[in-house]
Design a binder for this molecule. Structure first.
Ligand code: NAD
Length: 499
């Protein structure tokens, strides 16, 4: 791993891609508009990036539709698509340092995380999707003698992937890899807060052999580019990761336009339950801290609500505070940093407002809160823990998307489950226990798309990722992700008798 000076030098020497990528080439926004992307560690402008709007959406949709209809990708043998996507994965791997650096500069996550986690995970997602696509068979239905019924999966058409800034490249890959593997043409809209890695990715796709028009990138704001894509009558699928509020709007846009498929990975307020029979309290405390303070708490599956069984409350909280203190805000280009700045001023103000509301509503602030002891500029907030929280408080009900943990206690299994389920969200949930029975009972009872026993965030490319309730629908990763990007086609062939 490069040291701080080497990363800084590399950052200074970067040649940034700042234009939209449509039909295999870079171009300015049709009206010439740009938006500034800001480094949250320095508050300095990194670059002015094309700010696309309706005219650019039109160009990209026409290019994507033309490429889809031409069959240059959609009709290609799955094994050929696999080879191109494996080359694409290799290129991403070869450019890992550059891509990781772009994400760190754009949204502030520690370079150790972007290079050590986001990039390997992105590469793995492309490889896994590529490898899967030439191993999927159709079905023959168990009809009677008079017919043969074939059930096949077909690519859908033009997919618009709208993604957030918290794991810019990785979230994009969760949509792109299965959508491309399945044979669709894709328009990626990165967050206006983190467009740089997606713009660089686009030309790597072309070098890998993805045909022109099959992969396009439109940087810009949600209310312009994102909305125009979601309302467009010739976009067949919206694959979205982001907030629950925007997810709801996308469903409306689909209803107002062409009933495009809408797949949503939205917000979370995930619970973690520490039962008294947890056999490794140290591990539970360390994981509970990283599950809310890593990536500055800007993690959709962050377990931001912690329920501790009353009888172990005191020893557990002591351990938790020790573990939380290990997260120290610092310059994200320093490989030793484990906590960077929040993504922008707006997010910092938002999180601070939640901290103030926690205090106002009577929760007990154990650590953190207002200021981070960091030198210079940047949107830093230290690990913040509230104890004595209650189900009615805003800091317990609403997704904060920052390093703020709400702790409560319970004295029976049912009370723990009831408190955990008392939420509009249903993304993930952690359970810490040494009882197999309690683990299974809890998993069945918890309203969540993913349950982790004695851990947090467990999963790999083979396991589906997603939530229930207002955390979304559909799943990223695993073969289930392909269901979002293909339609079932049934062909019924009537058979005559042979005389
Ligand atoms: P956001 O909803 O503000 O933005 C997400 C994307 O939608 C961005 O590209 C944005 O430009 C676009 N957008 C905004 N308004 C739009 C509109 N009216 N029409 C179309 N597109 C629009 O979310 P964010 O702040 O970028 O990301 C944080 C959120 O993402 C959190 O709620 C987090 O929980 C969620 N998230 C969920 C998952 C998951 O897998 N469930 C993963 C990561 C992040």
């Amino acid at each position: 791993m490069k040291n701080y000076n080497e990363w800084s030098q590399m950052a200074a020497a970067l040649s940034l891609k700042t234009q939209a990528y449509i039909d295999g080439g870079y171009c300015a926004a049709a009206d010439g508009a740009t938006l500034d992307t800001i480094n949250p560690a320095t508050e300095q402008v990194i670059a002015s990036v094309a700010s696309c709007s309706d005219a650019d959406v039109e160009l990209a949709v026409v290019a994507a539709r033309r490429s889809f209809a031409s069959g240059s990708w959609s009709h290609r043998a799955p094994a050929d698509r696999k080879r191109v996507l494996l080359r694409f994965a290799d290129l991403i791997e070869q450019h890992s340092e550059e891509l990781a650096l772009l994400d760190t500069l754009d949204m502030g996550k520690p370079i150790a995380d972007s290079l050590g986690f986001d990039l390997p995970s992105t590469v793995e997602t492309f490889r896994w999707s590529a490898e899967s696509i030439d191993k999927l068979y159709g079905e023959i239905a168990p009809t009677g003698d008079k017919a043969l019924a074939l059930i096949q999966r077909e690519p859908i058409g033009v997919v618009a992937a709208i993604v957030p800034w918290n794991y810019p490249l990785m979230m994009a890959s969760w949509k792109l890899a299965p959508a491309l593997a399945a044979g669709n043409s894709v328009i990626l809209k990165p967050s206006e807060k983190s467009p740089l890695s997606a713009l660089r990715l686009a030309e790597l796709a072309t070098v890998a052999g993805v045909p022109d028009g099959v992969f396009n990138v439109l940087p810009g704001y949600g209310h312009t580019v994102g909305k125009a894509l979601a309302l467009h009558p010739d976009v067949d699928v919206i694959a979205f990761t982001g907030s629950t509020a925007v997810a709801g709007q996308l469903m409306q846009y689909a209803g107002q336009s062409n009933m495009k498929r809408v797949w949503l990975e939205a917000g979370g307020k995930s619970p973690s339950i520490i039962f008294a029979d947890c056999k490794d309290l140290e591990a539970a405390a360390a994981t509970s801290a990283s599950a809310i303070f890593s990536n500055q708490g800007e993690v959709c599956i962050a377990t931001s609500r912690l329920y501790v069984e009353e009888s172990i409350r005191e020893p557990f909280m002591k351990l938790l505070l020790q573990e939380a203190a290990k997260f120290v805000p610092g310059d994200p280009l320093d490989p030793a940093t484990n906590m960077g700045p929040l993504v922008d001023r707006q997010q910092l103000d938002r999180v601070r407002a939640y901290v103030a509301s926690g205090v106002e509503e009577g929760a007990s602030l154990l650590m953190g809160g207002e200021t981070a002891s960091t030198p210079g500029n940047g949107y830093y907030l230290p690990p913040t823990i509230f104890d004595q929280t209650h189900e009615t408080m805003k800091i317990v009900r609403e997704e904060i998307f920052g390093p703020v943990l709400a702790v409560d206690s319970f004295s029976s299994w049912q009370e723990a489950i009831d408190k955990a389920n008392n939420s509009d969200f249903g993304l993930g949930a952690s359970v810490w226990t040494s009882s197999l029975n309690k683990a299974h009972r809890s998993s069945r009872a918890l309203e969540a798309g993913m349950v982790w026993v004695n851990g947090w965030a467990g999963g790999d490319s083979s396991t589906p990722f997603g939530g229930v309730k207002q955390s979304g629908n559909g799943r990223d990763k695993s073969l289930h992700a392909l269901e979002k990007f293909s339609e079932l086609k049934m062909t019924w062939i009537a058979l005559d008798g042979l005389d």
